[in-house]
Design a protein around this ligand. Sequence first.
Ligand code: G3I
Length: 321
Amino acid sequence: AQLNALAKDAGLLYFGTAVSPGDSNDAPYYRLENDIKNFGQYTPDNAQKWDALQPSRGSFSYGAADAIVNRALSNKMLMRCHTLVWYSQLPGWVSSGSWTKDTMTAVMQTHISNVMGHFKGKCYAWDVINEALEDDGSYRNNPFLKALGDSYFALSFKFAAAADATTKLYYNDYNLEYFPVKADGAVRIAKLVQAAGVPIHGVGLQAHMTVGRTPSRANLTWTLNKYTALGLDVAYTELDVRIKPLPSNSSSLQAQAKEYEAIVGSCLDVPRCVGITVWGFGDSHSWIPSTFPGAGDSNLYDKNSKPKPAFSSVSALLASA
Ligand code: G3I
């Protein structure tokens, strides 16, 4: 079981997972997480979000996030840091504040420079903006858009570049794999940032997929290339493939294995696809069942931390690449 080593041999920079400070309460899961041969990169699932880091204005709290970052770095792993400007998991003082252009600019600059300054040099990449699009490609309403209009895209990346010039700055979103109009929305955002003369280095495709609906490897490659054509890196940043209905059975687990293979394969097909991050790796630790009732079993390991067919298909594909 050496996903990261296999991924590196196949030309990727890393194979990683999301982690949570609570993982250590589940000993078998935590043991597997710390099998650093499997994972060469961590993303904190919640610990670096705005409500965790700046719960009240001007008061920053880094303890839980630091523990994850330090564990990664002391094991020579990469960090994908997540996330700065996002409509969700905002503390009330941001989401229900009434902001002008100037006051919101100051709030964003303070948050971005403080947080990125704190982790400076430790993050391989930062998800600067997360989920700014609706599925139809229009801009999702949020306090940043409300105060600043579409100028908040370039502004976020500008503050990020000023805070840490050593990290890759990403736009990150879901369903880019499914909806070409949404994928084109992310192209539009990247171009807006580039046109402002501000650095953007990559687009993260979250890849929260559903068995039976995952596009083919060739279609996924086509989507990734929309971004590489702009001179950007791409990465799969939150991969999972959920099954419905439950319980899963051998045929849905085999289908899931094939779909994981298509996603990983598309990354291998695109030279600027730098890596793959799964959003947790065990079916006992997943955000899916509470968000999509009746769906689940979305990860590489089952509830008892035993590898599933998807684990075998991903490792076999990486090994053969
Ligand atoms: O911290 C509170 C705790 O105090 C309270 O007792 C408990 C009871 O509900 O809730 C806790 O907050 C939960 C939080 O996770 C921390 O565990 C929230 O309810 C819950 O909604 C939140 O879910 C997270 C979700 O983002 C929220 O947006 C998931 O763990 C996290 O995996 C998920 O991650 C997102 C990515 O950041 C962006 N892309 C989609 C992905 C999946 O939704």
